[in-house]
Design a protein around this ligand. Sequence first.
Ligand code: ADP
Ligand code: MG
Length: 694
Amino acid sequence: MPGIGPARASALAAAGYRRVVDLLFHLPFRYEDRRAISSIAGVLAGPGTGFVGVVGRLERLSSVFVRRRGLSLVRGVVRDDSGELPVVWFNRPFLPKQIVPDALYLLWGGLQPVRPSKSDGGEAKDAGPALQLLNPSCERAETAIHGARIAPIYPTIAEFSTVVLRRLLDAALDRLDLAAIPEHLPEALRERHGLPPIGAALRFLHRPPDEADLKDLAARRTPAQLRLVYGELLDFQLEIARFRALTNRTVRLHRYRIDEKVRAAARAVLPFRLTGAQKRVLGEIAEDLKGPHPMLRLLQGDVGSGKTIVAALALAIAAENGYQGAFMAPTELLAEQHFASLERLLGKRYRVGLVTASAPDPGARRAALARGEIQIAVGTHALIQEGIRFAHLGLAVVDEQHRFGVAQRRLLQAKGERPDLLVMTATPIPRSLTLALYGDLDLSVLDELPPGRSPIETEVVSAARRRGVYARLGADLAAGARGYVVFPLIEESEEVNAGSVAELGALIRGQFPDVPSAALHGRLPAAEREAILRSFAQGSVRLLVATTVIEVGIDVPEASWMVIESAERFGLAQLHQLRGRVGRGSTPSRCVAIHGRLSEEGRRRLDVFAATADGFGIAEADLAIRGPGELLGTRQSGVPLFRIADLLADEEWLVQARDDARELLERWDDPELAALRTRIEVRVRRRAGALDAG
Ligand code: ADP
Ligand code: MG
C-alpha cells in the first residue's frame, strides 16, 4: 500500500495489523461534522469562533521566526472570491514548499481572534484582521479526505495519529474490492435484520456519506454499525454455544431417581417454606440431574437469598440416590458455619463430615470419606488436596465461586467421575456479563428474598457528621446490639500509614470502652482471625473493627450495625457485599457509609448505593458507571472484548444473536455456513485452551 514502507509496516504488524483488512476493521470511535464549507466573507461575518472549512488559494506564505525555542511558525492568507483570511501553522516548516500556487486548498480548523474585539474598545477600522485560522488541516480540495465531509476520528495505533490513519484507510478503501471481504453472516439473517453486507458497512464507517445521520452515528445506530455489533455478538453467542456443546458432550454416569420417596425425604429436612425463586431453581437443578449430561450450573443469588438450602436439598437428592456430595467454601470459618447448618438440616438422615485443615482426626475422616461413610463432606480447599478420595462423588457444590479459580473448580470435579456441579455466587453480575464470564455454565437466579427480613436502612453521610453516627452506634451497642465498623486497606504510602488498622481500630474501640470489641485484619494469623469471628458470632465480642476481610459470607443474624469508613474508596459491588453482613435476622438494621472528598464518579456510586437495595440493580449501575472492560478485565482471561459491541447498550442485540445462534446451530453442517463454522471453531479451540491454561 502507498504510504506504508518497511518501518510503518513493522510498527503496524507489532500492533497486530498485518493485512489491509486488519486495518479496515480498525474503526473510528467518533465522527466530526466537517461538511459545511463557508465563504471567507461568511466566516468573517460569523460569530468568529468554532471550527470552519474554507476553500481557496494560499498566498503570501512565509516562515516567521523559525526555530525559536524549537517552535516554527508559518503565516499566510487563504483567499477566495469573497475575501481573505490569515492562517497560522505551528511546526509545519516544510508547508510553504509543498503548496502549489494557484491550486485550490481545503482548510479545516479553528478560528482564533487576533485583536481585541470591538466591544473591548478596539477600533474596528484599520485595526487589521480580527480573526485567523489556527493550525488547520490543509489538503488539495479535489482530493480532500480530512474536510468537506463527515470526518472519522480513529483511535491511534502505535504512533499513527488519526490524520495518518485517515490517509491510510482512504488508500485501503480505494485499493480493496470490498465485495471480496469474506462475508460470514448468512444472507437471510442479514436481510431479516436489515443489515448491509460487511464490505458496504466498512465503507460506510470509514467514509460516511454526507447524508448520513450524525446522531445515529454517534449513538452507534446506523445499519452499518449495527451490522458490526450484531456480527460480533453472533460470533460470541455461537462460540459460547459451541463451547458448551464441546464440554457437555460427556454423558452422565450418575443416574438419579427423583420420585415421591425422594421428594418426601427432601420435604422432611425443610425447616421453612421455600420461596418461589428457591422452588424454581430447585426445579431447574432437578431437571439437570435427570438430564443426559452432567449438571454445570451457576446459581446467582443476592446475599441472604437462601442459596444454602437449595444446595442442601440437592445434596439430599444425591445422598438418597446413594451418591456422595461435597460442599466447598472459601474459608474455614465459612466451612464450619455451613457444616453446622447442613448438619442441623441433614444430620438426622445422612452422615455429614467436616474436611478442613484444622478439623480433628484427619486420618479417620479421610478414610471415612474414601469408604463412602461420610455422605456429605463440607470443607475448604482441603477437599481438593491430593490425599482426599471419595468413594463415589456424585454432586460437587462450590460456594462463593468468585473466590475460587476455574482450576480449583476442576480439581473438585476431578474427585469424582463426571460429577454434577453446582457453583454459587453472591456477587451479582448483569445477565449479559454472566454470559461473557460463565458462558460454559447454565444460569439460575434467586431473585427473591425469604420473608421476614427487615429492610436495611442505608445512609450516606460526609465525614463531618461522623460524630453523630458514632453516638447512635454507641447508644445501640450499650443496649446490646452487635455491629461492624469497616475501613479500606490503606496503602503504606498514604497519609495514614501502616499499622493504621490496629491504630484506627484502637481509636474507634476506645470510644466504646464498655463494649467488648476486637480489631480484625488480614495480617492476623488465620487462626486468630477465626477465633475473633467466632466470638463475634457467639456475642462475646459485639463490636468488630475490620478491614474487608469480613466481606464474604459471614452470617451473624444478630449483627444490626454496619459503618463503612472512607466509603468513597470502595467499589459498588463491595459496598453492597459489606452491607449484606447486616439485615440477616429480624432486627432492623442500619448501614452508614461515611465518605471524605468525593469525585463525581464517587458521588454517583454512593447515590446508587443509597438508592438501590437489590444486588442486580447495583451490578447494572456499576456496569454503567465503569463499563464492562474493567469488570471483565478483573476476571478470567480468554474473555472476548468487543471492537464495537457494548454488552450493556446492545443487550437487545445480544438476545437476538443468542436466538439466531440457536437456529444456526441446528443446521451447523449446512455448506452455506462453512465460512462461519471455520471462524467459530477456531475461537472455540482458543477458548478451551485458555480455560485449560487458567
Ligand atoms: P445466601 O444466599 O447468602 O448464602 P443463606 O443460604 O445463608 O443465604 O440464607 C440466609 C438466611 O435465610 C439463613 O439464615 C437461612 O436459614 C434463611 N432462609 C433461607 N431460605 C429461607 C426461606 N425460604 N424462608 C425463611 N428463611 C430462609
Ligand atoms: Mg451463602
